[in-house]
Design a protein around this ligand. Structure first.
Ligand code: ME8
Length: 519
């Protein structure tokens, strides 16, 4: 009997700007997308999970100029730093795309030609307040006229002049109604609703055509047929999602399998690009639209925005060195309802580490496994008949897969973890109430049953915790005698732990956080 094959699953993160260093906000996005990718893999889907770096544009060029290196040298160095953060947080990406990859130039030029052939690209003039120093345009509201009568950029304090340059435009205005129809037909195209609604209101206020090429610098993908223009960085950046699937080879196996993408995971500052420009470009090019744009919030350090000037930008490596990688992953996904803004501070992290991980999970596993090691010859005990309490608990644990699936389907990670930890709470209460250490002296068969039920719940929770805490869950499954492979897939949840399974010596998995002695 072979169950119907599950549909392939394509998930992406935003591609990071490598003109700065990766921060904890980047790590957060990678962890969320990775948990989603791992969940789908464990649930039997073929997954393609992509992340990468967004390497073109004026800002990168300017940073490189300042450092006295070429743009390519800068992005080579900094892209590697982003990839290292993926590795550091245990992110299991299938491709790390760089917009300087050769196949991405091909894809970007191909989508451009499609949009052009559809009559949506035209040549006109781009006008605005231009700073020669910054080689950048500013909106009127980003400038100020000072006492000397000269207009300056507020951000950089450089003089700006009204300038017009030749630019290609995308007929975004023609897509207003089509976008509104899309949002109507697919109310989950953007999520969560409160963030998606902001996008919808923006579109309702009216869309103007979009300038999509630049002639004042050349660090970008050349416009096909007019190479003095380079593409506006967002045209090339968004196209990365297509490149990853194999575009422009729309007949390729990978494109047929993975396009349209199932979820683009992005932060709230770039929702308009993903929920307005991107579907408009794809409609123009005659391509299918991604199924969902999941917009997450921003992380703040102790309620304060992270910024270089405040000196509170936390490097992912420092965070992980202090608390541990799975602890970090668990903390962010459990603490912050995905979509909302989140804040982190030392006390909150230590609270979750000690209460949720060390006590509720680690301690329960360690106590039950130690009793089995000592009293059951290190083998999963043979249970006697189940009581109503046993059955109720096993049923609750067995129902977690469906709850977790429903929550992950909407990237509601905290909801899934809350439900799982709820059952762990029940199991701790059960363990205390049944008191197998007392039964050891009075009723061995009942002790065996209680230990069996407890191990079974711990097994189910360890399987379900893998997407969020891959390394710790693997250690736990190891001491539960569950080898890598089938036994750790979600499909194994329905097959109870086998009495008689030999268990290795138990080892604690979730250490308590202890403050350094001199702190
Ligand atoms: O926006 N908390 O790149 P980026 C949580 N290259 N997430 C945050 C955050 C914070 N404090 N700060 C940033 C770009 N992010 C573009 C994307 S996609 C085709 C091009 C998120 O390096 C941000 O919202 O500035 C985005 O999703 C991601 O980190 C990369 O940001």
């Amino acid at each position: 009997m072979s169950p119907a094959a599950k549909p392939p699953f394509y998930i992406t993160t935003a591609i990071s700007y490598p003109n700065g260093a990766p921060h904890i906000g980047h790590a957060y996005e990678f962890v969320a997308a990775d948990a989603m990718a791992r969940f789908k893999r464990l649930d039997g889907h073929e997954v393609f999970y992509m992340s990468g770096t967004d390497e073109h544009g004026l800002k990168v060029q300017q940073t490189a100029d300042k450092e006295g290196i070429t743009a390519k040298e800068l992005v080579d160095r900094n892209s590697a730093a982003f990839r290292e953060v993926h590795d550091l947080v245990g992110s299991s990406y299938d491709r790390f795309i760089r917009t300087t990859d050769a196949d991405h130039y091909t894809a970007s030029q191909a989508i451009w030609k499609k949009m052009e052939a559809n009559g949506d690209i035209y040549l006109s003039k781009y006008e605005g307040w231009y700073s020669v120093r910054d080689e950048a345009y500013y909106g009127e509201d980003e400038t100020i006229v000072k006492d000397d009568g000269v207009r300056y950029s507020k951000e950089t304090d450089t003089e700006v002049t009204w300038t017009a340059e030749e630019s290609y435009f995308f007929r975004l205005s023609a897509y207003q109604d089509k976008l509104l129809a899309l949002y109507e037909a697919q109310p989950e195209f953007g999520a969560p609703g409160y963030r998606f609604n902001e996008v919808i209101s923006f579109v309702k206020r009216g869309l103007e055509d979009l300038s999509i090429s630049r002639t004042t610098f050349d660090w970008g993908v050349p416009v096909p047929g007019d190479p003095k223009h380079v593409m506006y960085v967002w045209v090339d950046a968004l196209t990365n999602y297509l490149t990853g699937a194999g575009y422009p080879d729309v007949d390729s196996e990978s494109f047929k399998k993975f396009w349209p993408a199932d979820v683009h995971v992005i932060g709230k500052d770039i929702s308009r690009f993903h929920a307005i420009y991107w579907p408009a470009f794809l409609m123009s090019a005659g391509l299918e639209l991604p199924k969902r744009v999941m917009i997450h919030g921003f992380l703040q350090n102790n309620g304060v925005k992270m910024s270089k000037s405040l000196g509170n930008v936390v490097a992912p490596a420092d965070f992980i060195a202090q608390y541990g990688v799975d602890q970090m992953r668990f903390f962010f996904l459990r603490e912050v309802p995905f979509g909302a803004d989140g804040s982190y501070n030392h006390e909150a992290i230590v609270g979750r580490m000690n209460a949720d991980l060390a006590n509720n999970f680690g301690n329960l596993a360690q106590r039950s496994l130690s009793m089995v090691a000592k009293n059951c010859e290190g083998k999963v005990p043979v249970p006697g008949a189940f009581t109503a309490e046993d059955t109720a608990l096993l049923e609750k644990a067995g129902a977690l897969l469906d709850t977790a699936r429903a929550a992950f389907e909407k990237q509601e990670f905290s909801r899934a973890l809350e439900a799982i930890w709820g059952v762990l709470g029940d199991t701790n209460a059960y363990f205390a109430e049944q008191a197998p250490w007392v039964l050891r002296k009075t009723d061995i068969e009942r002790m065996n049953t209680v230990l069996y039920v407890t191990l079974e719940v711990v097994r189910i929770v360890a399987i379900l915790a893998q997407p969020v805490m891959p390394a710790s869950s693997a250690k736990l499954l190891e001491v539960l005698g569950q080898p890598e492979g089938q036994a750790r897939q979600f499909a194994a949840i329905g097959t109870p732990i086998v009495a008689g399974t030999e268990l290795p010596a138990p080892a604690p998995v979730f250490p308590r956080y202890e403050e350094p002695a001199d702190a």
